[in-house]
Write a protein that binds this ligand. Structure first.
Ligand SMILES: [Fe+2]
Length: 215
């Protein structure tokens, strides 16, 4: 999976829905004046990004990632590892990667990310640490886990559990969800803001999610 690096945020007013830079009102006015036209300037609203499902991270008031309940299967003291795959692993391989960011879009280094999830049969390892582990974000806030796609189990849609703890700060407990899952419509814990972006290669699924935390 190609690794993304943190980039300084772009002001909202210069981005349109397709992520393309658009002309500001001042730019339009200056161009109009230069062309000799003044009387009829149509002040159409400047296009801005709206209805963004992932946390807004463009100003000093960016929303942090939503918390979701821990559930009954969390176990502390998981092993330090980002790769949960072993020779006996079954099921679709998936890479979960992303960034840990502050509300002003700064990368959060050394944030602890603890991931746990059900196996290919929808069961948790509650005596050992299969499909459980933690790692730390790097200097760019980047993290990456390699594991399998968890199966659904009664009452729940497909999901990952995570705790994200910036250095010296409380941990955020949340869950991530898969797009296109029928049970997303009926699981009361499902939140569209916590949908991962999913891409597929021949060998594996690639899931991306950026966390925004108080840091
Ligand atoms: Fe669960």
């Amino acid at each position: 999976m190609s690794r993304r690096r943190w980039q300084a945020p772009v002001p909202l007013h210069s981005i349109d829905m397709a992520g393309q830079r658009s002309l500001s009102r001042r730019t339009v006015l200056e161009a109009t004046l230069a062309a000799g036209g003044l009387a009829l300037i149509d002040w159409a609203p400047v296009t801005a990004r709206s209805a963004v499902l992932t946390p807004a991270c463009h100003d000093e008031h960016g929303a942090v990632t939503l918390p979701v309940t821990e559930g009954p299967y969390y176990r502390p003291h998981s092993p330090l590892r980002g790769n949960f795959i072993d020779a006996s692993s079954e099921g679709q391989r998936i890479t979960l990667a992303g960034l840990v960011l502050s509300p002003v879009c700064r990368p959060v280094a050394n944030a602890l990310l603890d991931l746990w999830h059900a196996d290919q049969n929808g069961e948790y390892d509650n005596s050992g640490f299969r499909y459980r582990g933690h790692l730390f974000s790097d200097a760019d806030g980047h993290f990456e886990f390699h594991t399998i796609v968890p199966a659904v189990y009664p009452g729940r849609t497909r999901h990952f559990h995570l705790k994200i703890q910036p250095p010296g700060r409380p941990a955020l407990t949340t869950q991530l969800f898969f797009p296109g899952e029928p049970r997303n419509q009926v699981d009361p814990l499902f939140r569209p803001e916590l949908l991962m972006s999913i891409g597929n290669t021949r060998e594996r699924m690639n899931a991306v999610f950026d966390f925004v935390v108080d840091a």
